[in-house]
Design a binder for this molecule. Structure first.
Ligand code: KIV
Length: 274
C-alpha cells in the first residue's frame, strides 16, 4: 500500500489493518533519506530540542524552532521525492504551552506550523485542549493527539515513566482517547503505555493510534530518528530498537578520513585538479 499523503490515508490503513510507520525528522539532508525510503509519514517532533539542540527536555522548544525545522524537512521531502510522486505526510509538533494561551495565540501557533508546510499538527494531552482541537479541526487543521507519557509535562508527571498503570489512570486514559476522537483528532500517539491498554484504546477508538513504547497492537509505530539509527549512545530505553550503529559507523568514517589526511592518502590524484 502506498505511503500516507493525507488524513484519509490514515483511516484507510486502519480499516485495512495495514500498519503505519512514522519517523521523526528534523533537517533537510535526513528528509532526503526519508523521502527515498518506504516510511509512511514524518513527525517533526519537539524532541528536536533534545536530539538536535541538546536540551534536557522538550520544554525549551519554541515556535520559531519548530517552524524552521518543519521548513527544512518539508523542503527535503519535496526535493527527495521522485518526480511525479507526492512527498509523505508531515506532522509538526506544537511546543510546550504554545496552545495553552488565548485562542488567538493558540491559532497563531498552529498557523505558523501549517504555513511552514506541515499537513497536520500534534499537541499533547486531552483535558483543557478539547475546545481548541474542535475549533482547529473545524478550521481545517488536522490534529493528532498525544496521550500517555506526554514529555512536555515531565515536571508534572515527575519523570519519563510508563503511564496508565493503575486502574484509575487506565480508565482516565481510555476516556481521554475517546474524547480526542470525539473532538475530531484523526490520530493519536500513545507513548509509554502498557501494551494491553494501547490495544484496548486502538480497538475502542475509530481513529488511528500510533505507539511508541506501547506494544505491537497500535495502528502504527513512531520512533525518533536518533534512536532508530543508533546515533545516541546515551539513551536506549526498552522500547527502542536500533536498526543501525549510526554513531559507530559515523565515527569509523571520520577516523578513516582523519587517518587518510595524516597519511597523505586523501586527496588522491583523481580527487585533485590538474
Ligand atoms: O517529539 C516527538 O518526537 C514525539 C514522539 C516521541 C512521538 O512526540
Amino acid at each position: 500500500m502506498a505511503r500516507i499523503h493525507n488524513i484519509l490515508d490514515f483511516s484507510s490503513k486502519k480499516s485495512s489493518g495495514t500498519k503505519i510507520s512514522i519517523v521523526t525528522c528534523y533537517d533537510y539532508s535526513s528528509a532526503l533519506i526519508v523521502a527515498a525510503s518506504d516510511i509512511d509519514c514524518v513527525l517533526v517532533g519537539d524532541s528536536v530540542a533534545m536530539t538536535m539542540h541538546g536540551a534536557s527536555s522538550t520544554i525549551s522548544a519554541t515556535i520559531e524552532q519548530m517552524v524552521m525545522h518543519t521548513e527544512w524537512v518539508v523542503r527535503g521531502l519535496k526535493d527527495g521525492t521522485k518526480a511525479g510522486e507526492k512527498p509523505p505526510f508531515v506532522i509538526g509538533d506544537l511546543p510546550f504551552l504554545s496552545y495553552r494561551k488565548d485562542l488567538t495565540a493558540n491559532i497563531e501557533a498552529a498557523l505558523a506550523i501549517m504555513q511552514a508546510g506541515a499537513n497536520a499538527i500534534k499537541l499533547e494531552g486531552a483535558k483543557g485542549n478539547l475546545a481548541l482541537i474542535e475549533h482547529l479541526v473545524d478550521s481545517g487543521v488536522p490534529i493528532m493527539g498525544h496521550l500517555g507519557l506526554t514529555p512536555q509535562s515531565v515536571n508534572q508527571i515527575g519523570g519519563y515513566k510508563v503511564q496508565g498503570k493503575t486502574t484509575a489512570a487506565h480508565d482516565a486514559m481510555l476516556d481521554d482517547a475517546k474524547a480526542l476522537a470525539a473532538a475530531g483528532c484523526f490520530a493519536m500517539v500513545l507513548e509509554c503505555v502498557p501494551a494491553a491498554l494501547a490495544k484496548e484504546i486502538s480497538e475502542q477508538v475509530q481513529i488511528v493510534t500510533i505507539g511508541i513504547g506501547a506494544g505491537n497492537d497500535t495502528d502504527g509505530q513512531v520512533l525518533v530518528w536518533q534512536d532508530l539509527l543508533g546515533l545516541n549512545t546515551q539513551f536506549k530505553p526498552k522500547f527502542v530498537r536500533r536498526y543501525f550503529d549510526g554513531f559507530g559507523e559515523f565515527q569509523k568514517a571520520l577516523n578513516h578520513y582523519h587517518a587518510d589526511v595524516l597519511g597523505q592518502n586523501f586527496p588522491s590524484d583523481a580527487e585533485s585538479f590538474k
